[in-house]
Design a protein around this ligand. Structure first.
Ligand code: C2E
Length: 543
């Protein structure tokens, strides 16, 4: 039963990660889509309110002009010529339904009524503006059963077409137009929704999101008009649900994609580690040796062991797979593999030449790993080598956990190993930190070597690093020497340094290194010339 369920348990975390990231992506998409929707709704409402206001301004201008033209009539009050004049004025107006003349609070004549048989009383205006303009909103008309807004001044009234805004209806928005004395916050609704609440403020623009409504009020002091536009969020949702849903789906799809890419990366890492594990077990990983020379005379005094691995025919850079192996807890296996190969392949040479040294690279976790220390002891004892013949290289990164690094380094040195700080200058270490770490040798990163012979500003750091290394009694290995100019620069320094780089030799198999050594007197023939170029074995002075 458990076996049958195993695949389900194995795939469950993947399904969970994909589901969670899909939901998170969908939720973010929804939030983003809603924000975009609200901002586009706002934009649309602003445009709509602008159209309403400009139409309302046109209507009020028309009303004012009609009133002025009628009041300027040269004819007797409500005479036939005056009514004729009023009809001509009305003919020119697009949004007015009637023009009438008023005396003592009564309508006496109008373009539609002609001369009223009975004088019709006008209701009290709802608002009287400072220039004497009277506003009668929603007022029953004498000539029909309908109601309309009437504006009057100095004995003339105009009836505004109650359908003047019909062409501007725009679902899902509602609107209302207010008119009055904006500065004193006194106005009445003259058009639009009867239940509309008065503007919340007389500012040029006010937004309110409450009660499931998005509302915009805007007032224009010059014309005395305020426009209020609002819509229910649900109605807005319905009109733009498509876009929000599309963005939400896109977010969900992106979330799922990120999850799948992450899982694929993890699988690749895992399968890379599975392949590395197989390659180590089958001894398919090679160890090459790069000569370390005495820069003064170019003689090989040691070597650095470097791993080489080809997976499915492709070369995998060692810094990449060792870093992944470190994350996956597999780096210790590589270290022990390299150590075993160094002892197997170079043990004879090391026994023959006691002042020759091969360095191995280790990682932070090795410093705390009893298996590593046991393997070192066992390897040295078995091969009959001196501890100082196996140098230990640690990158600056490996020493980030300083207390563990200090302890591990002290342990290695107490056993007689020479400890190198690798790629110096690229990471964490300051020279004072180096003092605390108490290593023996500083390997100056090849980034600094590259600047020698150029105008690069960083070249000025090289003498500084060397000076401070001397002050801390550290020996120096310069990495990445590629040209004669670089070699000459370091050869001519007043201090003795070791060097490593393509100029002296690329990493080569053990057999090739041994042949190089055979060509070199003093190494090829033990005793001959020995001691001419000893590598720095121990830190001197305070160390
Ligand atoms: N451009 C240039 N490059 C030069 C020159 N001279 C040497 N090199 C390269 O510089 C690197 C020196 O090794 P590293 O600083 O310890 O840096 C090493 C080390 O951090 C890591 N590594 C290699 N082998 C091992 C190993 O066995 N264990 C662990 N933990 N890390 C290893 O991978 C890094 C890269 O190793 P490699 O690719 O072998 O690259 C090597 C070497 O091939 C030169 O003149 N010019």
């Amino acid at each position: 039963m458990i076996d049958r369920l195993r695949p389900v348990f194995q795939t469950m975390p993947i399904v969970l990660v994909v589901a969670v990231l899909t939901l998170v992506g969908g939720w973010l998409g929804h939030v983003l889509g809603t924000q975009m929707r609200i901002s586009s709704d706002r934009e649309e409402m602003t445009g709509y309110a602008g159209q309403l206001l400009s139409h309302a301004v046109d209507i009020m201008n028309e009303a004012t002009s009609a009133i002025d033209a009628t009041n300027a009539s040269p004819y007797p009050f409500c005479s036939h010529p005056e009514i004729e004049l009023m009809r001509n004025v009305l003919f020119e107006a697009r949004n007015l339904k009637d023009i009438g003349r008023v005396r003592d609070g009564h309508l006496v004549c109008s373009t539609i009524l002609g001369i009223a048989a009975d004088r019709l009383p006008m209701p009290a205006p709802q608002i009287v503006l400072f220039d004497g303009t009277l506003v009668y909103p929603d007022t029953p008309l004498a000539v029909s059963d309908s109601k309309a807004t009437i504006i009057g001044r100095e004995g003339t009234n105009v009836v505004i077409d109650p359908r003047a805004f019909d062409t501007l209806n725009h679902s899902p928005y509602h609107y209302a137009i207010f008119f009055g004395d904006v500065a004193r916050n006194r106005f009445v609704r003259i058009f639009g929704d009867k239940d509309a609440a008065a503007p919340l403020s007389t500012a040029a623009e006010t937004w309110r999101l409450a009660g499931g409504m998005l509302r915009r009020d805007s007032c224009d002091q010059a014309s005395g008009l305020c426009v209020t536009v609002w819509a229910g969020l649900r109605d807005l949702d319905a009109s733009s649900n498509g876009i929000v849903n599309a963005i939400m789906l896109l977010g969900a799809a992106l979330g799922a994609l990120v999850a799948l890419i992450g899982i694929d990366f993890r699988r690749r890492d895992q399968s890379l580690m599975a392949r590395l594990s197989r390659a180590l077990a089958r001894e398919e990983v090679m160890v090459l040796y790069q000569p370390v020379v005495n820069v003064a005379d170019g003689r090989i005094v040691g070597a650095e062991a470097l791993v080489r691995w080809q997976s499915n025919g492709d070369f995998v850079p060692p810094d990449i797979f060792t870093a992944i192996a470190e994350q996956k807890g597999m780096a210790g296996r590589i270290t022990r593999y390299v150590l075993d190969h160094v002892i197997d392949e170079m043990g004879g040479t090391l026994r023959q030449h006691e002042d020759f040294r091969v360095n191995i690279n280790i990682v932070a976790s090795d410093l705390k790993d009893p298996k590593f220390f046991a393997a070192l002891d066992e390897g040295l004892r078995h091969a009959g080598l001196k501890p100082y013949q196996i140098g230990i290289e640690l990158t600056e990164r490996s020493t980030a956990d300083s207390s563990a690094a200090i302890e591990g380094i002290a342990e290695l040195r107490s056993r007689g190993h020479v400890v190198y700080i690798d790629d110096f200058g690229t990471g964490y270490s300051s020279l004072s930190y180096l003092g605390e770490l108490k290593v023996d040798v500083l390997k100056m990163d090849r980034a600094f070597t590259r600047t020698v012979g150029t105008d690069a500003v960083t070249v000025s750091i090289v003498p500084q690093i060397i000076d401070m290394a001397i002050k801390h009694h550290l020996a120096i290995v310069v990495e990445g020497i590629e040209t004669e100019a670089q070699a000459a620069y370091f050869r001519n320094l007043p201090v003795h340094v070791m060097g490593q780089g393509w100029y002296y030799g690329k990493p080569v198999p053990a057999g090739t290194l041994k042949r190089l050594l055979e060509r070199q007197d003093g190494i090829a023939a033990p005793g001959k010339g020995r001691g001419k170029s000893r590598p720095p074995l121990r830190r001197t002075g305070t160390g």
